[in-house]
Write a protein that binds this ligand. Structure first.
Ligand SMILES: NC(=O)c1ccc[n+]([C@@H]2O[C@H](COP(=O)([O-])OP(=O)(O)OC[C@H]3O[C@@H](n4cnc5c(N)ncnc54)[C@H](O)[C@@H]3O)[C@@H](O)[C@H]2O)c1
Length: 431
């Protein structure tokens, strides 16, 4: 690998679009850590990363945080709000933009940032259909920047080990499995109430498992079909377009023509006093093995009078993200949820500063080849999301039981209604 002498003044200015729950959980701890210490790699030397601008709908949370933290625990940053906030953020001078708006508002923000020639990191799900994905990957290519998506579960040590065992041939030929992720009611009734109409919990969280399955067991297989059903009546009216819970099934075909099927159950109406807040488990069955994992029952069980299970959790997942007193005396907030954001900035730093300017295209190519987070490798996940949304929309319109076929003779994504032989083409190109 080409190395250059470290210089003292390598800086990346970050823009944050969306300043809600996930900013507070993962981006804030990353930017606060980066305020204290530069990123470092042998190729780049120290690189200072600073949050320099934020854009959100009302700007209220960002302003409250700016007043209390700016210049103390985080770099001074500008705060923009309202309909022109993203344009103002881009004009303020940033090198990379993180998009953490609600999932149906990622595309416009990411498109504006890529068009302005900024590196982009988008929260999962990256976008809701393949036409949008095509547009963003083209823009990243044209402007010579990175376009990446956050799937932090790939950095969970348990999932890394799962993939390692698959890659090493210890777990042989996955056949089927289930994944379940249940969010508390407070998510759908409080935090997300502003944008939840017409939305569903699968697009929001099943994508974690779509990527885990696709990345861990692929790429030598093909996605074949998608089906889904769900329940309504708690978050919105029973006949309306807003879903309480969703059961999604996807089927892949291995090169030997054997099928593999996965069921992913999601909800955002679990009781708020559920002991672990978010309930997550998976099971994958292979020709020679079974892998079962529970993301919160990892060994810690805690009960504190008057504090669990609300403020503190009975079975916490400290691996994702938590605050710690380190053995060497420092206070920190870390975990794989924060690590994956840091990793994106290291990739940007490598592209910008990891060698001579004339070799930047090679560095860009190398970082784009990382299929765990590159937008160009998000096709199967976005295809499932597009299929799922179309199936749920049909069900809300009174036609339940649709199936979407992938890469069939009539198109990349074709939706079949029960009893109707003519499919609706959702995406004509190949997935
Ligand atoms: N990686 C994870 O596990 C994880 C967890 C939670 C959320 N997320 C993702 O992060 C994204 C945001 O989720 P959240 O929980 O932070 O939501 P949230 O509702 O708490 O916050 C959304 C933020 O976006 C802003 N916003 C809304 N519309 C906007 C617009 N048009 N322009 C600019 N800002 C706008 C709001 O003002 C708010 O600051 C979603 O895509 C979600 O899927 C990821």
């Amino acid at each position: 690998m080409q190395t250059t002498a470290p210089t003292a003044s390598r800086h990346l200015r970050a823009g944050m679009v969306g300043f809600g729950m996930i900013f507070d959980e993962t981006y804030r701890p990353f930017f606060e850590a980066a305020f204290r210490l530069p990123l470092f790699s042998p190729e780049t030397g120290p690189v200072h990363v600073a949050l320099s601008a934020a854009a959100s709908r009302t700007g209220t949370r960002a302003e409250r945080y700016r007043q209390s933290a700016s210049g103390k625990t985080i770099s001074p940053f500008r705060n923009f709000a309202g309909p022109d906030a993203i344009g103002e953020l881009l004009a303020a001078g940033v090198d990379a933009v993180c998009v953490a708006t609600p999932d149906d508002r990622h595309f416009e923000a990411a498109r504006a940032a890529l068009t302005a020639g900024k590196h982009v990191l988008i929260e999962k799900p990256s976008v809701l259909d393949l036409t949008q994905l095509d547009a963003l990957t083209r823009l990243a290519e044209t402007h010579g920047v990175l376009a990446k998506v956050v799937y932090h579960k790939l950095a969970d040590p348990d999932h890394k080990k799962l993939r390692t065992l698959v890659a090493d041939g210890v777990l042989h030929h996955v056949n089927n499995g289930y994944c379940s992720l249940l969010e508390p009611k407070s998510i759908s009734s409080g935090q997300f109430a502003e944008w939840i109409v017409g939305r569903n919990p699968a697009t929001y969280v099943a994508v974690h498992y779509l990527k885990l399955i696709d990345f861990t067991f692929g790429p030598d297989w093909s996605l074949d079909r998608v089906s889904a059903t769900g329940q309504r009546g708690l978050v919105g009216p029973a006949g309306g377009p807003t879903w309480d819970s969703v059961q999604l099934q996807l089927v892949y075909r291995h090169p030997d023509q054997r099928e593999a099927a996965f069921d992913i159950h999601t909800s955002w109406v679990t009781p708020d006093n559920f002991p672990g807040y978010v309930e997550q488990e998976v099971q994958f069955r292979f020709d020679n093995a079974v892998w079962s994992a529970h993301q919160r029952k990892r060994g810690v069980e805690l009960t504190v009078e008057n504090r669990t299970p609300g403020e503190l959790k009975n079975t916490p997942n400290y691996h994702y993200n938590s605050t710690f007193l380190e053995p060497w005396g420092e206070r920190s907030q870390r975990g794989y949820g924060v690590e994956v954001i840091e990793r994106f900035f290291k990739e940007v730093a490598f592209v910008e500063f990891g060698g001579p300017p004339d070799q930047k295209p090679d560095r860009l190519k190398r970082m784009r080849a990382l299929t765990y987070n590159d937008l160009s490798a998000d096709r199967n996940c976005v295809a499932v999301v597009q299929a799922l949304e179309a199936i749920l929309r049909r069900a809300a319109d009174g036609i339940p039981g649709c199936v979407v076929r992938v890469n069939g003779p009539q198109g990349g994504l074709t939706l079949f209604e029960p009893g109707n032989a003519s499919p609706l083409v959702l995406y004509p190109g190949r997935v």
